[in-house]
Design a protein around this ligand. Structure first.
Ligand code: UT7
Length: 329
């Protein structure tokens, strides 16, 4: 009998309606469309405006569509992971809130925090439960309401991020399709360049932390850019080499969408033309955990059974990694 692999059998994304374009940002901070487009490749992003709505509300919409597409009921799901850096609240896990709102009663669920690499970390964790035979229907979500931690007076970060959610279903496969290999990495010393200063146990919220705007994203763009270009390209090259593949063997590169220049450097490094790179950064911005699964959702109709995909991400932590998978439907 063939080894059981974990394959993605359904994918779906959901984005809020409100479009925050570069023109509107120009009225909020000292910036211009030409700078934003040439430095990041972002034209517009979606923002969840409704008061009282959070990450779980977007994830619920993404998962609802996912289950409908696959024709399965909420009761059949046996595990659910939500990768997010913008949970509904510090505890309990947003994954639990999502399960409750959808009537997913027979699953254990938890959150994964690995910043922009969270979705690929969560996908690998979920895949191990499928491969072991203990679980049969695992939902992996990447969802973030980045607008809840973006400082719209900081022109260096507010132009980058957007809100959104996407989810995949993992199921056992015995045709050798699905997740074949992965490389996941962490270097905690990188945390100084990208983090949220207050709101955790070291520095709980006070009037002072709020006045100092310490509950927003703090990012030193240049060092993060430098590490992202190197590490995302290196890890994608490493996984190809490990699996005796070249860029010509790959159907699609599915990169984290932080900056078009980081993506181009990764594609070039592994010898893949930009026509084989999934991109939604121009219209969605950096949606953190939702970037990779929402690209898969956007390209679902173009994907063919057996297509070889390389997923690659880099993000806060630092965290980074790559997954090699064969599309299963
Ligand atoms: O997904 C998580 C991981 N995050 C990333 O991968 C992000 C990595 N970093 C980046 O993508 C880039 O560093 C940015 C897009 C954030 C910035 O691009 P950059 O080419 O690194 O620009 P910079 O920070 O070196 O800034 C260049 C200049 C500066 O002015 P001076 O000092 O040269 O006079 C900035 O003050 O551009 C200025 N600047 C802006 N100008 C217009 C910074 N932000 C803006 C802005 N509009 N929004």
């Amino acid at each position: 009998m063939n080894k059981i692999t974990a394959a993605i059998t359904s994918v779906n994304s959901w984005f809020p309606e409100y479009v925050l374009n570069n023109e509107e940002l120009c009225k909020m901070v000292d910036t211009d469309n030409e700078w934003i487009m040439s430095r990041s490749g972002i034209l517009e992003r979606r923002i969840l405006k409704e008061v009282g709505k959070g990450t779980s509300d977007m994830a619920v919409e993404a998962v609802k569509g996912l289950l409908e597409k696959r024709g399965i009921s909420a009761e059949e799901v046996d595990m659910l992971i939500c990768a997010t850096v913008t949970p509904d609240m510090q505890f309990p896990a947003t994954a639990n809130v999502i399960s409750d709102k959808l009537g997913i009663k027979n699953a254990f669920s938890f959150d994964m925090n690995a910043a922009c690499s969270g979705f690929i970390y969560a996908l690998i964790v979920g895949s191990k439960f499928i491969e072991s035979g203990s679980h049969k229907k695992v939902i992996v979500i990447g969802a973030d309401k980045m607008s809840s931690i973006v400082d719209y007076t900081d022109r260096t970060t507010c132009i980058l991020f957007g809100d959104g959610a996407a989810a995949v279903l993992l199921e056992p496969n015995n045709e050798g399709l699905g997740i074949i290999d992965s490389l996941l990495k962490t270097d905690g010393s990188g945390r100084v360049h990208l983090h949220q200063k207050a709101g955790g146990s070291v520095k709980p919220a006070t009037h002072e932390t709020i006045d100092a705007r310490e509950h927003y994203i703090y990012q030193e763009g240049q060092p993060v850019f430098k590490f992202a270009v190197k590490y995302m390209a290196d890890v994608a090259a490493e996984i190809l080499e490990k699996n005796n593949l070249t860029g010509d063997d790959i159907s699609w590169l599915v990169p984290h969408q932080a900056n078009i220049r980081i993506i181009e450097a990764t594609a070039k490094r592994i010898g893949i033309g930009m026509d084989k790179v999934m991109l939604n950064i121009e219209k969605r911005g950096n949606t953190t955990n939702a970037t990779i699964p929402s690209c898969l959702a956007g390209w679902e109709t173009k994907l063919k059974k057996g297509d070889k995909l390389i997923l690659a991400a880099f993000g806060g932590g630092f965290t980074w990694g790559s997954i090699y998978l064969k599309w299963a439907y």
